[in-house]
Design a protein around this ligand. Structure first.
Ligand code: DGY
Length: 321
């Protein structure tokens, strides 16, 4: 009997191969850079399973090029790169990797929040550039975190994990979501508010919602106009949730205090992008889930999703409605 073919679109942790090796022929784009689209379209021609990343657009064109495809497995919790409706129409299950990256992403959110609040990027540059002459009573003054108000947009797994950490900083926790999270309210005293209240009252605003038509450019000029001049914005979700031009203006004109971004629009952000010239903006390259343990777990779940799909079983983590 011929073994099913699985195409993996990047070099990923070995754990995925350990799960799949016995059961399938694996072909991998063995690189740290994304597979070019024209190669991907050729490679999927005889694939039964596709293990892909958020850098691959899985749309009708790709599905047309992959007549044998039985399963699409995204090694990410987000899946805005995949046309799930089109996959569903064709009877193809789509998997993702929720849960295992929650704590790593919440940790990174907090690293960004603290660094932006206390101007750590500027402080490091200050020392490295030889400008540190003396202790300064007015030097690099930031914003207090302890006891401040945090506004969390998207109170799912990651938003709740961010809120748990906020509790340790004795913060007032506001949140907005399309649905109430009563468990977070009971556990953490988080208060559900409308977007306007969140924007106006929060000292720190962190974004953890998924990208969809209703969250596209949710944080736009009007939203920035409502924020405090001392507000810090952290985006650890998807770049296009924030209007980049509006963010640039808000930071440049001091309408908010600072921003720290793990995700950008466009992504990757070109090295000469004006945002990177601003002292009050910090950008890291989409590393929310980038720890050894987390990435191993993501690879494992992505592979288990593929395996289930090849066998015609329900995927352990399936996003089709
Ligand atoms: C995800 O999983 O969606 C992150 O953006 C990458 O880990």
């Amino acid at each position: 009997m011929t073994r099913p073919q699985v195409y993996i679109t990047r070099r990923i942790p070995e754990r995925a191969f350990e799960v799949l090796r016995e059961h399938a022929e694996i072909k991998v784009w063995d690189s740290d850079l994304p597979v070019p689209r024209e190669i991907l379209l050729k490679e999927v021609a005889d694939a039964d399973g596709l293990l892909c990343l958020l850098t691959e657009k899985v749309d009708a064109e790709l599905l047309n090029a992959a007549p044998r495809l039985k399963v699409v497995s995204n090694m990410a919790v987000g899946f805005d790169n995949i046309d799930v409706a089109e996959c569903t129409r064709r009877g193809i299950p789509v998997g993702n990797t929720p849960g295992v990256l929650t704590e790593a992403t919440a940790d990174l959110t907090w690293a960004l929040l603290l660094a932006a609040a206390r101007r750590i990027r500027e402080a490091i540059d200050y020392v490295r550039e030889g400008r540190w002459i003396t202790w300064g009573p007015m030097l690099l003054l930031g914003q207090d975190v302890y006891g401040a108000t945090i506004g969390i947009i998207g109170m799912g797994r990651i938003g709740t994990a961010v809120a748990r950490r906020a509790k340790g900083f004795n913060m007032r926790i506001l949140y907005h979501d399309v649905r109430r999270n009563e468990a977070a309210e009971a556990e953490l005293g988080a208060v559900f508010v409308d977007m306007d209240t969140l924007l106006r009252e929060s000292d720190f605003i962190t974004i953890h919602t998924d990208l969809n038509p209703s969250t596209y450019r949710l944080i736009n000029r009007e939203a920035f106009a409502k924020m405090k001049p001392t507000a810090v914005l952290v985006n650890a979700a998807r770049g296009p949730i924030v209007d980049t031009e509006a963010l640039y203006e808000a930071l440049k004109e001091g309408r908010i205090f600072a921003a720290a971004l793990d995700v950008t629009d466009p992504e990757p952000l070109p090295a000469d992008h004006p945002l990177l010239q601003l002292p009050n903006c910090m950008v890291v390259p989409h590393i929310g889930s980038a720890t050894v343990t987390t990435r191993n777990r993501m690879a494992e779940i992505a592979a288990l999703n593929v395996l289930a799909g090849l066998r015609g079983e329900r995927l352990p983590y399936c996003v089709n409605p």
